[in-house]
Write a protein that binds this ligand. Structure first.
Ligand code: SAM
Length: 322
């Protein structure tokens, strides 16, 4: 097992199935143009071999499928069916839920029980302003159907000053009422926001401000979370839970166990590092050739992790999927 001097190792793999997305969220894409798949994206088979090799070489236990938007990928069927056969402890998926109703039977068939859904507002006009595409009613309908089918849902919201701060309490009320766990993600200095500190500061809302807003309506207390969890978790007694992924306010680099595989075959050991390691060619090789080379890449990827705090990254979320 590859472990660094802080005792960190890769346990959780995020696989970006495609860079294509049917939204163009303001914090992810600066120019509002929807993203298309990269020309050099790997096949579903190559990505599945990648996951299988990384389970062996790095000790990956859990996989989260992301993007881009994973539900738009033509590889989704084959990848889901294959990944569900790899004996992982947990497989989950992150999506904007625009196509959730249509893909629900496939997700259920492949044994996906947990979804993280990105939803930044319940206000239709603000939704269009942030996502710059999609339809709020379709998303809300998809959430109801997924929940009725027994899927466990977490909702990710990025609070943005001037765009959806008035939605913090309505979103929390909605999630508590529906049994969804809301997770506030502090805005991250990624891509264009890493290059434009003023734009970042203008929109950033930190955990203390969020907790103060929530405290005006609800009494809450800190709840237990796994050691390598990204979210600080809180319980509102009798009503449910919410979390804050406080990249800036309470950095979690010291316990980070995440590894990312992009749809074009690059390994990323850290969102805050511009280093990446190409493994696409290794995935065509037989196991006995691929694994030793992959281990060398993993040592480098683990060394890319920040010691203490996220400092920003040139990489755009759309490529590696958060
Ligand atoms: N399309 C899928 C979705 O919407 O969930 C998966 C990919 S999306 C890039 C994954 C997550 O990254 C979303 O929850 C999104 O809100 C978050 N995200 C993207 N850019 C971000 C940024 N600069 N700061 C914080 N969160 C960001």
């Amino acid at each position: 097992m590859i472990v660094d001097r802080q005792g960190r190792r890769f346990r959780n793999l995020r696989v970006s199935l495609t860079a294509a997305c049917n939204y163009a969220c303001t914090y992810c894409v600066p120019d509002g143009k929807r993203l298309v798949a990269a020309q050099d994206e790997l096949s579903a088979d190559a990505m599945l071999r990648g996951v299988a090799y990384l389970i062996e070489a790095a000790g990956i236990e859990r996989v989260r499928i992301t993007g881009g938007e994973p539900l738009v990928s033509p590889k989704l069927d084959a990848f889901l069916r294959g990944v569900s056969q790899l004996g992982l402890a947990d497989i989950s998926l992150t999506s904007n839920a625009q196509l959730l109703t249509r893909k629900l039977p496939l997700l259920l068939e492949c044994g996906i029980h947990r979804l993280n859904i990105s939803l930044d507002t319940l206000d239709a006009a603000a939704f269009r302003g942030i996502a710059r595409s999609g339809d709020l009613a379709t998303v809300l309908d998809g959430l109801q159907q997924a929940s009725a089918a027994g899927l466990q849902l977490k909702i990710n919201m990025v609070p943005l000053r001037g765009q959806n701060l008035d939605q913090v309490l309505p979103m929390l009320d909605y999630c508590l009422a529906n049994g969804f766990e809301l997770r506030f993600i502090e805005l991250m200095r990624m891509g264009h926001l890493a290059r434009d500190p003023n734009a970042f500061q203008r929109q950033f809302v930190g955990m203390p401000e969020l907790l103060a807003m929530i405290g005006q309506r609800y009494a809450y207390s800190q709840a237990v979370a796994p050691l390598d969890a990204t979210a600080l978790r809180y319980e509102i007694p009798g009503l449910g839970f919410f979390g804050v992924i406080a990249n800036e306010s309470v950095p979690f680099c010291r316990t980070c166990s995440r590894l990312r595989l992009s749809s074009s075959g690059w390994l990323h050991g850290c969102l805050s590092s511009s280093n990446r390691h190409y493994v696409g060619d290794l995935l065509d090789k037989p196991r006995h050739q691929a694994l030793p080379a992959l281990q060398g890449m993993l040592v480098k990827a683990l060394a890319d992790k920040q010691d203490v705090a996220f400092t920003g990254g040139a990489t755009v979320m759309k490529i590696i999927g958060g």
